[in-house]
Ligand binder design. Structure first.
Ligand code: 6AU
Length: 303
């Protein structure tokens, strides 16, 4: 193991917080350190009421809520689960999410995967129906369309932050992806990270994959300690999730991922596919504990 990777593995999150140039990364490091969780819930299910219910139960276990607000259905349902014809206004849904984030102390990451010219991503980020910049601490983007994507998003964030100086915003890039057959290569990943590292005040981390582990190692070798690596495709071996796998998702054991350098474990179906809220909370706790054990082990093994 090279010295750089070793330092990354053995440095606790509260120390890495001080090395983060992006304030949102700093806050996430400190939150993970103080709340003792590096779990992100990928809330990829339909129904805003369900999302708010799940978050109320699982909020205490997570550091980060990862949303896809464009796959959510805003129709309200009665006790039988039937649509009533009423729709929750988007602003109301966001206020409820923000309240849950404050009550349970987690941050919000809208998984919008921006990829377009700078002027367009800026408008997609700040405007339209979702006005993402107003409520998401983090968003993600590809390097495919060049540095204009980062610059456009950064301008959007800066204009928002000028009016809301107490808030933080950060961008996560996608050097690699998890699904089978995806086209991310070593060169693509390197190019994405080179591009991101030129904007350390805004680009605060990477999405990574532990399959194969060399891809995670590549991200670690290139990244200063203040940069966060978050890995989706996380599932404990005993936990069956069929649907996403059928459509190409590749899963890796979260303990392996964290021991090998992933800072945040992004878990979706492994938690929300559990039938009852109690089962979902229990699953979240299992993942959270696995993450904490792996973090403790990686510091101890290296030290
Ligand atoms: O645990 P899952 O498989 O149910 O959910 C994984 C989540 C989904 C994906 O949109 C997301 O992680 N994801 C990403 C992200 C976070 O950008 C990148 C990737 O390569 N693979 C992946 O699954 O919400």
């Amino acid at each position: 193991m090279d010295d750089f990777t070793q330092a990354r593995l053995e440095t606790p999150f509260n120390e890495r917080a001080e090395m983060a140039e992006n304030p949102a990364a700093r806050d996430l490091f400190m939150l993970m350190h103080e709340k003792k969780t590096n779990l992100a819930l990928a809330a990829d299910f339909y129904g805003i009421q369900k999302l708010l219910g799940v978050i109320d139960a699982i909020g205490p276990e997570i550091a980060l809520l990862k949303t896809h607000m464009d796959l959510m259905d805003y129709g309200l349902r009665n006790e039988k689960g039937e649509l009533t014809g009423e729709v929750m206004p988007f602003d109301e849904a966001i206020s409820a999410l923000e309240q849950a984030a404050e009550d349970h102390n987690f941050m919000i990451f809208e998984d919008r995967k921006f990829v377009d010219i700078g002027g367009v991503v800026k408008r997609q980020y700040t405007g339209g129906h979702f006005r993402i910049v107003e409520w998401a601490h983090f968003v993600n983007a590809y390097g495919l369309a060049g540095p204009g994507t980062i610059k456009g998003l950064r301008e959007g964030a800066d204009e928002y932050l000028a009016k809301h100086p107490d808030e933080v915003r950060g961008l996560i890039m996608l050097p690699y992806m998890t699904p089978e057959g995806n086209l991310t290569t070593h060169e693509f990943a390197q190019g994405t990270m080179d591009m991101g590292l030129k904007h350390p005040e805004f680009v605060m981390g990477w999405i990574g994959t532990g399959n194969p582990v060399e891809k995670l190692q590549h991200e670690m070798q290139v990244s200063p300690l203040g940069i966060i690596t978050a890995t989706p495709g996380c599932k404990l071996p005993a936990n069956e999730v069929v649907e996403n796998e059928r459509l190409g998702q590749v899963y890796t054991d979260p303990k392996f991922l964290v021991e090998n350098g992933a800072d945040v474990m992004i878990v979706g179906s492994g938690i929300y596919k559990k039938e009852t809220p109690a089962d979902q909370v229990a699953a979240a706790q299992i993942y959270r504990n696995a993450g904490q054990e792996a973090l403790a082990r990686r510091v101890a093994e290296v030290a």
